[in-house]
Design a protein around this ligand. Sequence first.
Ligand code: SAH
Length: 260
Amino acid sequence: MSKGKVLLVGAGPGDASLITVKGLLAIREAQVIVHDRLVNLELISQAPPHCQIINVGKTSNHHPVPQEQINQILVEHALAGKNVVRLKGGDPYVFGRGGEEAEALAHEEIPFEIIPGISSAIGGLAYAGIPVTHRHYASSFHVVTGHMCQGNEPQNWDVLAQLDGTLIVLMGMTRQEEICQRLIDGGKSPDTPAAAVMYASQQRQEIAKGTLTTLKDEIVRKKLHAPALLVIGHVVNLSDVLAFTARQIDISHEPLLQVI
Ligand code: SAH
């Protein structure tokens, strides 16, 4: 039997209509979809009737499926000749472990393709009125993970504290207070603007704004939790002026997308 193909598709930051045209077409042709927790379920509803849907974001006992098992699921379905869509939040290669999945497929000589997506780190912040660069305020941006891997500190916060650009922390909410303090300890001004953006680009999007010193209180006051982006830098101040109310396009009803 000939092997199926695996498409690693970026679903975008949350608003379903932020998926690429190529990504949407891939879902509509999929025989198997393997998706994460952060993926908008409206996208899954675009799958054809007999498509098998596998949620690897959360199992019944609330633990995500281990990465090796996800790799195995992709490999097995492709070897069975199925066309598989691996649907991941944001962009598949931005902290999505997409690189590991593609390696597993390459190792088994299974044909695969990457369909990039809009990362929450850039597109999500845009919805909160925060441009990651700005000629007057930030000439670089740095996207890092705040998540500790097996208890090891993933970043050198002292070095990051010395950078002038916008600092964007993914998976950092549970440690936000500590991260802000480490940046202050590393020499960043305690008055540096900082924000947390929860459910970026979705109807339920919420933002907490303050400084490296006050952000923790704002997060408590506004009851923010994961998934959220932490963003540190002067561009945060622009959100007062640049925040907008998004027009949410329902992809199952929008005539424009119906013809795609
Ligand atoms: N591949 C994804 C990131 C995966 S890591 C991307 O490119 O966006 C998961 C982390 O991304 C979350 O813990 C959170 O910090 C961030 N994230 C993803 N989607 C988000 C959203 N809609 N709102 C806020 N944070 C989000």
